[in-house]
Write a protein that binds this ligand. Structure first.
Ligand code: SAH
Length: 219
């Protein structure tokens, strides 16, 4: 069993990271505070301990990555998270994004399609006691979680080929979906507001790089 230590050294690196992503344009203090509370190095292989607070993505196995802190902060800021909101995340990965949302007091439902990542995180989740509000599911994010719908907000943390219709159906009217949508190999960050059952509003926020959103489960 790995015993994690959040040393003053890690806390210092985390403070620097917060200032770095603030300089890059993140303004929401609640988002910055949440990032400042998550010991990201707990979610990474010990080999990354000394670089865990660089503003970069890192491999987490199965050809997947933990998102870059700036990207996590950017998507979280766009979500405008309020306490007790029900938020669906597609792409649990390392569990970093879901921990940030839980730290902001959201009720998080998160889906991962890679069985190995899902199982690994179930076994090793260092925040299991702290963030009891996070519910983890193994499944295909394109399907969403109809049993738990509707959601106040939906966040997709992989590059989606289009707006997944089933996810839009599971979003509350007035709710946001933050989605990096694939356009010619890059992902354009979009915030979709569900205006009514038939209307949406779309806002665009620049290009990012994500691993692709793939259909089906990988056992
Ligand atoms: N949110 C993660 C980022 C993980 S990278 C974090 O904080 O670390 C994106 C993840 O999305 C990968 O783990 C990948 O396996 C997963 N993914 C891709 N397509 C998916 C789908 N259709 N449903 C659920 N997860 C998916």
């Amino acid at each position: 069993m790995i015993t994690h230590v959040d040393s003053p050294k890690h806390q210092g690196w985390r403070k620097k990271l917060i200032e770095e992503i603030r300089t890059k344009g993140i303004k929401d203090e609640k988002v910055l505070q949440a990032i400042g509370k998550i010991p990201r190095h707990f979610l990474l292989d010990p080999a990354f301990d000394h670089i865990a607070y660089e503003d970069r993505s890192f491999p987490i196995g199965e050809n997947q990555t933990i998102s870059q802190p700036y990207t996590v902060a950017f998507q979280t800021e766009l979500l405008e998270v309020k306490p007790y909101e029900k938020i669906l995340e597609i792409g649990t990965g390392s569990g970093y994004q879901s921990s940030v949302l839980a730290e902001m007091n959201a009720f998080v439902f998160t889906i991962e399609r890679q069985k190995k990542l899902y199982s690994k995180f179930q076994k090793t989740n260092p925040f299991a006691d702290k963030y009891k509000k996070v519910k983890y599911f193994f499944g295909d994010g394109f399907e969403g979680l109809p049993t738990f719908a509707p959601f106040d907000k939906i966040i997709i943390t992989c590059g989606a080929p289009m707006l997944p219709p089933k996810l839009l159906a599971q979003l509350k009217i007035g709710g946001y979906m933050v989605i990096p949508e694939d356009e010619d190999g890059q992902q354009r960050m979009k915030r979709i507001t569900k205006i009514s059952e038939t209307d949406i509003k779309e806002e665009q926020f620049g290009n990012f790089l994500f691993v692709p959103m793939l259909s089906g489960k990988a056992e």
